[in-house]
Design a protein around this ligand. Structure first.
Ligand SMILES: Nc1ncnc2c1ncn2[C@@H]1O[C@H](COP(=O)(O)OP(=O)(O)OP(=O)(O)O)[C@@H](O)[C@H]1O
Ligand SMILES: [Mg+2]
Length: 166
């Protein structure tokens, strides 16, 4: 999975963003297929009633991979490791959450989470979250990271839905 994390140079060379109607649930199921043999269980909770966004599939796959990779890394040596990948729809946005019950995000680094090259990993680039944030913002979305009281970290991404829904 490591080589799926683009570095900034790759990103600059990447083709222009193409926003098309995209069903995030299909995309999430597709990406999950690659994690079937995964050591840590990933639970998919596709609760959103509307999941079509204006998105670029290649870029959004990258977002999911980078966040899952971070979740995996945080679960090393954790008892009963789990990642929950869930969706919900709120008004005209799709909310995508990646929550792990791992080590937790170092509190003193939370404010710098999206800074390029901020890493605590011996072989990390510190670019994973910087790229995720850039992609989310190019989609007109938002991203936040917080630690959960029960232990672990939750990343919440919102993306505008493709169409206004009642
Ligand atoms: N789910 C998480 N739980 C705990 N800490 C996290 C989590 N996600 C990110 N972090 C912290 O944020 C840092 C930056 O993450 P980022 O994805 O940008 O880079 P990285 O994971 O260190 O390197 P790379 O993405 O190249 O593997 C990590 O080194 C880690 O300290
Ligand atoms: Mg990372």
């Amino acid at each position: 999975m490591k080589n799926m994390v683009m570095d900034f140079a790759d990103y600059a060379r990447a083709p222009a963003l193409k926003l098309v109607m995209l069903d995030m649930h299909s995309l999430l199921r597709e990406v999950m297929g690659l994690y079937e043999a995964n050591v840590h269980p990933i639970t998919l909770r596709l609760d959103a009633r509307h999941a079509r966004v204006k998105g670029d599939a290649t870029r959004l796959r990258q977002v999911i991979h980078n966040l899952l990779q971070n979740g995996q890394d945080a679960l090393q040596g954790i008892d009963r490791p789990e990642i929950i990948l869930s969706t919900a729809d709120e008004a005209d946005t799709l909310k995508l959450r990646v929550q792990d019950n791992g080590s937790g995000f170092p509190e003193h680094l939370l404010a710098r989470a999206f800074e390029p090259y901020m890493t605590t990993k011996p072989k990390g680039t510190g670019l994973g979250l910087a790229i995720v944030k850039k992609i989310v913002e190019e989609h007109g979305g938002t991203i936040t990271i917080e630690n959960v009281v029960t232990g672990g970290t939750r990343v919440s991404v919102t993306l505008p839905l493709f169409e206004e829904v009642a």
